[in-house]
Write a protein that binds this ligand. Structure first.
Ligand SMILES: [Zn+2]
Length: 69
């Protein structure tokens, strides 16, 4: 009897983790969608601010573009 209760509790825990794990993942996806886009000062390409290379107050898409100016 006790074994069945423990098994049931573990099952609830697994469902709980799975549910919140999925919720957290979708929230991360929405934050990347809402990410600020910046323009590369060299090639004028738009990239996410977290991927951008910042130099002297300007954003660049890569180290190559950052060195070009
Ligand atoms: Zn660039």
């Amino acid at each position: 009897m006790l074994y069945k209760i423990i098994l049931f509790a573990i099952l609830i825990c697994l469902v709980y983790i799975l549910f919140f794990g999925k919720k957290r993942k979708s929230r991360n996806e929405s934050t990347t969608e809402d990410e600020l886009m910046v323009e590369c000062a060299t090639c004028k390409m738009f990239i996410g601010v977290s991927e951008a290379v910042k130099k002297r107050g300007q954003y660049f898409c890569s180290q190559k573009c950052a060195k070009a100016k």
